[in-house]
Design a binder for this molecule. Structure first.
Ligand SMILES: [Zn+2]
Length: 306
């Protein structure tokens, strides 16, 4: 009964344009050979998800996880109920002229061979750099291959630059400047909320409604430190966090926008098809974030600007 009431309230507030829904997805995985703290960061992200009762999805790339120790960290996501998808073996961009369709498919298959025995494995593909091909042949060839191989694409609706905030955060931590790192963390959370509001607004223009969003994050040091606060900040602004499986059921994620180069946020790509004014390319990048961090005195000394 209470559940029915909650559902009614949620759908009522959604129809009034108040409710926003998002799910969390994490790309890449951590490489214990490169980062000795990888098991700790992995455990911190999983603990934050568990405490917040959030089910997420992880998309590992073999070159980013390294060998068996890195795969074991991914396996732990599956054991704790988070779905495990595919982010290729080599993390090559399908938009690169050096990467053929055949190379890219082989790369997806190589990753699957290492990942398909994971608990909660699901045959969904997150394209590296969100790049879905620079030519019609590659874009449509990949779409056809995925259909024949039983794969679904795993696009995002909310793109952001968490990887860049992670770089800056990590530099301050290495310099022993925890205070500065803490300020970067606060700027990072504000950045995610800002991107959430932006892409939700864009969705309302393109779809006429607020969809169940999919947010792009990475398994990283800053998310180990900030994830609990990130989830709390979205909830404080009225967002409901759902599982990626629920979000991907939104028909938005089955759409195949006709753009070249293909990719970016699926909402961005749909806006591009409609030729909405004011769209920037790339949609998200460090070049937009560095000036904002510099203005706040948060770019580390001698840190090369993008
Ligand atoms: Zn990636």
């Amino acid at each position: 009964m209470r559940r029915c009431l909650l559902t009614l309230l949620l759908s009522l507030s959604a129809s009034l344009g108040m409710a926003q829904t998002l799910s969390l997805t994490f790309d890449d995985g951590l490489h214990p050979g490169k980062f000795p703290e990888a098991p700790l960061w992995n455990q911190q992200m999983l603990a934050s998800l568990k405490a917040a009762e959030v089910s997420a999805m992880v998309f590992p790339s073999l070159v980013r996880t390294g060998g068996e120790a890195g795969l074991e960290l991914i396996r732990e996501w599956g054991r704790q109920g988070h779905a495990v998808g595919n982010h290729t073996a080599s993390h090559h961009s399908l938009a690169s002229a050096q990467v053929s369709l055949a190379d890219f498919i082989a790369d997806v298959q190589q990753a699957e061979a290492s990942l398909r025995s994971m608990p909660r494995w699901t045959s969904m593909l997150r394209f590296p750099y969100l790049k879905e091909g620079d030519t019609l042949e590659k874009r449509d060839g990949m779409r056809r291959w995925m259909q024949s191989a039983g794969y679904r694409a795993a696009p995002v609706s909310i793109d952001a630059s968490d990887w860049y905030y992670n770089q800056i955060y990590s530099v301050w931590m290495e310099l022993g400047q925890a205070g500065k790192a803490e300020q970067v963390k606060a700027a990072y959370i504000a950045h995610l909320l800002d991107r959430g509001a932006y892409y939700d607004g864009l969705a309302r223009q393109v779809l006429g409604r607020s969809p169940a969003h999919v947010l792009l994050l990475h398994t990283s040091r800053i998310n180990a430190a900030a994830l609990a606060d990130v989830i709390a900040a979205f909830r404080a602004q009225g967002w409901t966090v759902v599982s990626p499986e629920m979000a991907f059921a939104d028909p938005l994620y089955a759409m195949q926008p006709d753009t070249l180069p293909a990719g970016e946020s699926v909402i961005w790509a749909m806006a591009k098809v409609r030729q909405l004014p004011g769209l920037r390319y790339p949609a998200e990048d460090a070049v937009y974030e560095a000036p904002a961090l510099e203005a706040q005195g948060l770019l580390p000394p001698a840190y090369k600007k993008p």
